[in-house]
Write a protein that binds this ligand. Structure first.
Ligand code: ZN
Length: 381
């Protein structure tokens, strides 16, 4: 394994600012395309001008035993003044690399790519195909039309039937790794209730938008468990109201004509987004509430019997690496693959800290360890 080269490519990826918004992932996709030009069978850049995804094909393209690695190329934004180091410069300190995206998830991207190249050198790709997919626009909720959706559309259109996928998002723990079998869905709702703007001091019948919103909130909350928790390791659905406003804070004697509220809803991997939205709609219609779905990222779940799970379990056992099963807490690109029929594991990325925060860092050794681990995965898939 050529550690200096891996570090160099990771440093270049970190130096390319793909903070989302606006993302500008094309710069990173083009850089990888140039780096992989003579090392791959085929490369596709797909997407719009500034938001390209890269799909690179390795190994035997005739083989129907196809394994895919997916990594998003965008990062969350940063505020330079809050950082001890330059977020766009990979900086080594006490065995860790600092920089925006080193953990989430440019480290996982670099580890995947170098694992594929290493596996090819070792002759493990003779009878299989491995795809690296670098996606755009994940950090805004993994529900974008410009990211992994485009990769899936391309695979479906070209009848490329991927048998298993890994999305090496950062792991938070060196000793115990988590194999995420999916994640909860995410729904963001913006709703408006309506009443009559009327003087509060008069003895007229009250038609108050706030009271209608109160009824709606109660109705909505009654659809979800009171104290959501994990049941047999699977997180339940949950709802939180995150904003409410009647725009009326100066007028004590006026009932507001309109009240608006925002909700964050998480859907258990065992449940379905659309069914939940239909139930909520029924309550909204009764109260004449206007409802807008701002974000809708489906839930996803795979079985432990899938090949990608079995192979990974065997690889981890043979490396004496402890692991557990779980579900990713935020949403991620996994639902695109899982809901397209590709069994996908999320997790197993390099060990990171301060993900989405200042001074994001990754344990340097864990990157090289993951290259090894992913080579084993490719070999045994
Ligand atoms: Zn991520």
């Amino acid at each position: 394994m050529n550690k200096p080269e891996i570090k160099k490519i990771l440093a270049k990826l970190v130096a390319i600012n793909t903070s989302n918004p606006p993302g500008n992932e094309t710069t990173a996709a083009s850089f990888l395309s140039e780096f992989l030009k003579n090392k791959t069978q085929k490369i596709k850049l797909i997407g719009n001008k500034k938001r390209k995804n890269i799909i690179a094909f390795f190994g035997n393209l005739e083989s129907d035993n196809i394994l895919l690695f997916n990594g998003h190329l965008d990062t969350v934004p940063f505020n330079k003044t809050e950082w001890q180091t330059n977020p766009l410069k990979l900086t080594e300190k006490n065995g860790s690399y600092y920089g925006r995206g080193v953990a989430d998830m440019k480290g996982g991207v670099a580890a995947s790519i170098f694992a594929i190249l290493e596996a090819e050198k070792l002759g493990y790709l003779k009878n299989k195909q491995v795809i690296f997919a670098g996606s755009a626009d994940e950090e805004t909720g993994a529900s974008s039309d410009f990211g992994s959706k485009m990769i899936i559309d391309y695979l479906v259109k070209n009848k490329i039937r991927v048998k298993g996928a890994l999305i090496p998002e950062p792991s938070g723990n060196k000793k115990l790794l988590t194999l995420n079998l999916g994640h909860r869905g995410l729904i963001w709702l913006k709703v408006k209730s309506f009443g009559k703007a009327d003087h509060a001091g008069l003895l007229r019948k009250e038609d108050n938008s706030i009271l209608k919103m109160q009824k709606f909130i109660q109705g909505l909350y009654s659809l979800f468990p009171k104290n959501p928790k994990k049941v047999k390791g699977i997180p339940q659905s949950s709802i939180r109201i995150t904003f409410i406003n009647s725009g009326n804070d100066q007028h004590y004697n006026l009932m507001p004509q309109m009240c608006e509220a925002n909700f964050d809803i998480r859907i258990s991997p065992n449940e379905n987004n659309e069914k939940t939205i239909n139930r909520i709609m029924k309550i909204a219609n009764k109260l004449n509430i206007e409802m807008q779905v701002i974000k809708n990222t489906p839930s996803s779940k795979i079985s432990k019997q899938e090949k990608i799970v079995k192979v990974l379990e065997n690889v981890l056992k043979s490396r004496k690496q402890k692991y557990k099963f779980g579900f990713a807490s935020p949403t991620c690109d996994a639902h695109w693959y899982i809901n397209a029929g590709i069994p996908t594991i999320n997790g197993l990325g390099p060990v990171g800290e301060n993900v989405h925060a200042p001074d994001e860092r990754v344990l340097a050794e864990s990157i090289y360890d993951r290259v090894d681990l992913f080579v084993d995965l490719i070999k045994n898939f």
